[in-house]
Design a protein around this ligand. Structure first.
Ligand SMILES: [Ca+2]
Length: 580
């Protein structure tokens, strides 16, 4: 009898594991939407009926934290490891690439038989070996940099979005958010028809600025709001419509029950906080709750998560990866360690363990100690000496540090231990690879300068500069390299000395900026005397310099001069090719 029961039990366990393995996963991450930019969170003007519906049918984490900025939230989501440990810790300064040895979410899904797809914004490195296809995604429809009109997507357009299918550049006629949803559904349908189970990462670039909404969505808000806010809310309304379509489509295709849908936003509020900020203090970039508290809706109609409800257990974006592994019983080396924890017990109505975690601001190469928020249930230690109880003081206005020194000292002790693991790990960043036959040449741009290099269309056009900016490169082989310096993105094929284009590829106006009297270009390797070359023709689009680069780590600085030999600005784009 016992044997029979054991067999039945084993059968049920295998059955449950198989059922879990057939569960698809869709993570939707919006860009620069704040916690307050949902009508279900109390926004008095913005209407988000589909997100409200998803909220109502989901388990919601109401004390959920991301990073104050895009890149670290993405690296933490995909690795389950703190940004200060995975090294993609901020935007700019070469700090947007992940430690290449870490396991990523798409890699683990792949190893467990899933097909994996990204649709949208990656923001964890534009070049080999840091692209989405280098980190485990099978299907990659993506854009570079922080999004449309970043320095690499200089002339891209919200209404007619240009994107890459793997490395093939495709010009669409679609509005960006519509494109990502539509293409992801086409791919998911194809996978579903083939009997494949899938992991879809819908990494939207909206409602990140500049604010361009579809006209009909802008019209919903323009009567009572200024143009910028109306456009921002319009962009969210468009996301909302697409979420509604996706959920309906999952029903029609019979996938609603066996698909986990997670919706999150990636940092604090931006374009809508003057209307509503859910009573929080701070915005994107801040260490107060307004900078990093985010929505997290987990919807699994066929799962056993119980009734839709709100959970105030403290949770962070690093928890999502271990939670999915746990919920879906994915195979992974049991020794592998995450900084996040599995939320499965909490999702199954058990009591979560007492925990603290840290939201660290990752400014430039080395983060500043205590430029952080420590989260411990209702407590927040902001910086070194501001203590808030968010149950009675959501707006973080009354500092309780003097009254509760015992709480402060426990939180600081936790931070001090954590800091020991951070500083040494983060003193290094992930260098850019050049001279690898797998990807030669490579194009580098100013957003990867060490220092705050320009990373927007308008800053490039207006010739904003960071005079001490340089790249850190890892030359896979030593020897002769050809380095081309350009003022404009190479695909524009534009003269060094003229203004920039005044239109995007879709016909939207952009800033042409200013013309520069560039006559020569210089490259300095490892702070040595620069090698200089003069522009060959009056309308040259680039200046080429050949030089030997030793194998391994090097610094490379490139800049332009006028005819008197005066420094003008850095070369925003360089193409580096190993000459074999
Ligand atoms: Ca963002």
């Amino acid at each position: 009898m016992k044997k029979l029961l054991n067999s039945i039990l084993l059968f049920l366990m295998v059955f449950a594991a198989e059922a879990a393995k057939k569960t698809n996963v869709i993570i939707i991450l919006s860009d620069d939407q704040g916690y307050g930019d949902f009508s279900c969170h109390g926004n008095p003007i913005l209407k988000t009926p589909a997100l409200d519906n998803l909220h109502d049918q989901s388990v919601r984490f109401s004390n959920f934290h991301v990073s104050p900025l895009s890149t670290p939230t993405r690296s933490q989501l995909l690795t389950g490891i703190d940004a200060m440990h995975n090294k993609a810790s901020t935007v700019l300064s070469g700090c947007c690439r992940m430690d290449r040895n870490l396991l990523t979410m798409p890699e683990v899904f792949s190893q467990n038989g899933y097909k994996t797809g990204i649709f949208g914004k990656w923001h964890l490195g534009d070049n080999y070996p840091d692209r989405p296809m280098d980190h485990g995604f099978d299907k990659c429809l993506w854009i570079k940099g922080w999004g449309l009109m970043s320095e690499m997507e200089f002339d891209n357009d919200y209404y007619k979005t240009r994107y890459m299918d793997s490395l093939t550049i495709i010009q669409s006629n679609e509005y960006c958010t519509d494109l990502w949803f539509q293409k992801s559904m086409e791919w998911m349908e194809e996978m579903h028809d083939k009997g494949e189970v899938f992991f879809t990462y819908l990494a939207l670039n909206a409602p990140h600025g500049p604010f361009y909404a579809p006209r009909e969505d802008f019209m919903s808000y323009c009567k009572n709001l200024d143009e910028k806010t109306a456009s921002f809310f319009g962009m969210i309304q468009n996301i909302d419509k697409n979420v509604g379509k996706l959920m309906q489509w999952l029903e029609i295709k019979g996938m609603a029950k066996n698909t986990i849908v997670i919706f999150m936003n990636d940092n604090g509020g931006t374009g809508g906080i003057q209307v509503y900020n859910a009573n929080m203090r701070g915005a994107k970039g801040d260490i107060y709750d307004g900078g990093h508290r985010a929505a997290c809706f987990i919807h699994w109609a066929g799962g056993n998560l119980g009734e839709p409800r709100t959970i105030d257990y403290p949770s962070e974006v690093q928890d999502i990866f271990p939670t999915l592994i746990d919920l879906l019983e994915l195979n992974i080396d049991p020794q592998y360690r995450f900084d996040g924890i599995s939320l499965k017990p909490v999702l199954l109505n058990q009591t979560g363990t007492d925990r603290m975690f840290i939201v660290q601001q990752g400014t430039h190469v080395n983060p500043a100690k205590y430029n952080s928020c420590i989260v411990w249930n209702n407590w927040r230690l902001v910086g070194k000496d501001e203590l808030y109880d968010i149950t009675t003081d959501a707006g973080q206005l009354t500092n309780l540090a003097q009254q509760r020194p015992e709480i402060v000292s426990q939180m600081k002790a936790y931070y001090e231990n954590w800091w020991l693991t951070v500083y040494s790990a983060n003193a290094k960043y992930i260098p850019l690879v050049v001279g690898d036959p797998a990807s030669n040449p490579v194009i580098l741009s100013s957003s990867d300068w060490i220092g705050a290099g320009p990373n927007t269309q308008w800053d490039i056009a207006l010739a904003k500069d960071e005079p001490n900016g340089y790249w850190v490169i890892d030359a896979k082989v030593g020897g002769k390299y050809r380095i081309e310096l350009s003022r404009w993105p190479f695909h524009l094929n534009r003269s060094l000395t003229v203004m920039g284009p005044s239109m995007t590829v879709g016909g939207t106006s952009i800033r042409p900026g200013k013309a520069l009297a560039i006559v020569s270009g210089c490259v300095s390797l490892n702070s040595k005397n620069p090698v200089e070359a003069v522009s060959q023709t009056i309308d040259a689009t680039k200046i080429t310099i050949e030089m030997d680069i030793p194998a391994g780590l090097n610094t490379l600085k490139a800049f332009f001069k006028d005819k008197e030999g005066n420094y003008i600005c850095g070369a925003y784009y360089v193409k580096i090719e190993k000459v074999f």
